[in-house]
Design a protein. Structure first.
Ligand SMILES: [Zn+2]
Length: 404
């Protein structure tokens, strides 16, 4: 077990976490504001703040006041007391963000993964680039509070990846593997961190019933019901990408045939377009494929697809209709199942087809969703971009460490 500097074992230190979580939420507070918000007495607050100051977690600065007399001292988090890494593992790239204690990204690195998606290759890249980032920012490794990693797939709370079909990973003890490389705590998250990123970056998002649908290199969902993220009996929740939509269809990364992900994920679509091109169709993609020694990344092929849809190219539009229909049918089913008031459409495929996805889901709701006229559902695009995903990871780590 790695040592976490914010001690969560002793009951007396519950107040440390409480004060840190208040400062994360409100930025700067006077001691009397802290007492009121945290519901603790003045002498307890003084003792705890002094202890946190000694450990370097908080700093005190003189405040301002319109009144005469002494100015209140304001307490805030010390940005440089510790640091955290947020890492996104994607089939196309690794994205590493280095954050300070106030969740400000101070450095980042984007590494193309290339054709080798093996666990070893990813571990090798992380084991070089994480110390590299520390070295170029001259940050003491002792100050690293943790590293949080996210990827698409089924991930247990113990950091075991049972399946990530976009990466082709099965039964990988990812947390354990990473802990053998790094001397600081490792946290592994699945897609739920994307929804946390939405909440962290969009304070106006107040819904307690959100259906979050991600269509990118993987296809998945996160469901937040009555203010709680659902997790399921075996933590294999939200795997809408593995709903079989056409028995006997193409083989999916999970081993089944005809899964939604095998039709509408980025890699599946790019491979379908390439197959159609080789068979003499999809001629608008000639520039993308001709005389290229390696196949372009799905994101590159699909950004061209999006351009051809806007130009009303017949092939591109037919493929768009196919994707939109498959996706919105599943979205309508999920609305029937979960009764959300907010549906968030995320991922680069959703971003490119957002207007068509939204319109088609609304059309289907009228015909396929029970009592749809009595539901008031907001459909919105995800606001969290690539940087925001690693920000969501860091937010999730700090939430875990400071939650009371
Ligand atoms: Zn599947």
């Amino acid at each position: 077990m790695k040592k976490v500097p914010i001690d969560s074992k002793l009951a007396g230190q519950r107040n440390e976490r409480l004060i840190l979580s208040m400062l994360r939420r409100y930025d700067k507070l006077s001691q009397s504001q802290l007492c009121r918000l945290a519901g603790i007495g003045s002498s307890t607050a003084s003792t705890i703040v002094a202890r946190l100051r000694e450990k370097g977690f908080v700093i005190e600065t003189p405040g301002t006041s319109a009144d005469r007399g002494p100015k209140p001292t304001l307490i805030e988090l010390n940005p440089g007391c510790c640091y955290l890494f947020g890492v996104e593992i994607n089939p196309s790239y690794l994205f590493i963000g280095l954050f300070n204690f106030t969740e400000k990204m101070i450095d980042k690195i984007h590494i193309s993964l290339g054709p080798d998606h093996s666990v070893q290759h990813v571990l090798d890249l992380l084991s070089v680039n994480i110390p590299g980032l520390l070295s170029r920012t001259q940050i003491d490794p002792q100050k690293v509070l943790g590293i949080g990693v996210t990827l698409s797939g089924s991930v247990s709370s113990q950091g075991w990846v049972s399946l990530s079909s976009p990466l082709g990973w099965k039964n990988i003890p990812l947390k354990e593997n990473l802990e053998s490389f790094f001397d600081f705590p490792v946290f592994v998250y699945n897609n739920r961190v994307r929804l946390l990123a939405e909440f962290a970056l969009n304070p106006e998002l107040k819904s307690r019933n959100v259906l979050y649908l991600n269509v990118a290199n993987g296809v998945g969902s996160t469901v937040y019901l009555n203010g709680v993220l659902i997790s399921g009996a075996s933590e294999r929740y939200g795997e809408i990408g593995h709903i079989v939509v056409e028995a006997g269809g193409p083989v999916c990364g999970c081993g089944n045939k005809g899964c939604l992900e095998a039709f509408i994920s980025g890699p599946a679509l790019a491979s379908q377009i390439h197959k159609d091109f080789m068979a003499g169709g999809a001629d608008c993609f000639a520039n993308a494929f001709k005389e290229k020694s390696t196949l372009p990344l799905p994101e590159e092929v699909l950004s061209q697809w999006s351009m051809f849809i806007k130009q009303k190219n017949t092939y591109a539009m037919a493929l768009c209709d196919f994707v939109v229909n498959h996706f919105s049918k599943i979205a309508a089913m999920l609305i029937n199942c979960y009764d959300p008031d907010t549906v968030i459409l995320a991922g680069y495929i959703s971003e490119q087809l957002y207007d068509s996805f939204e319109q088609n889901i609304r059309d289907r709701m009228k015909k396929e969703v029970y009592d749809s006229s009595l539901r008031n559902i907001e459909i919105r695009p995800a606001g969290a971009g690539k940087d925001a995903l690693v920000k969501g990871i860091v937010n999730a780590i700090l939430q875990e460490l400071t939650d009371v």
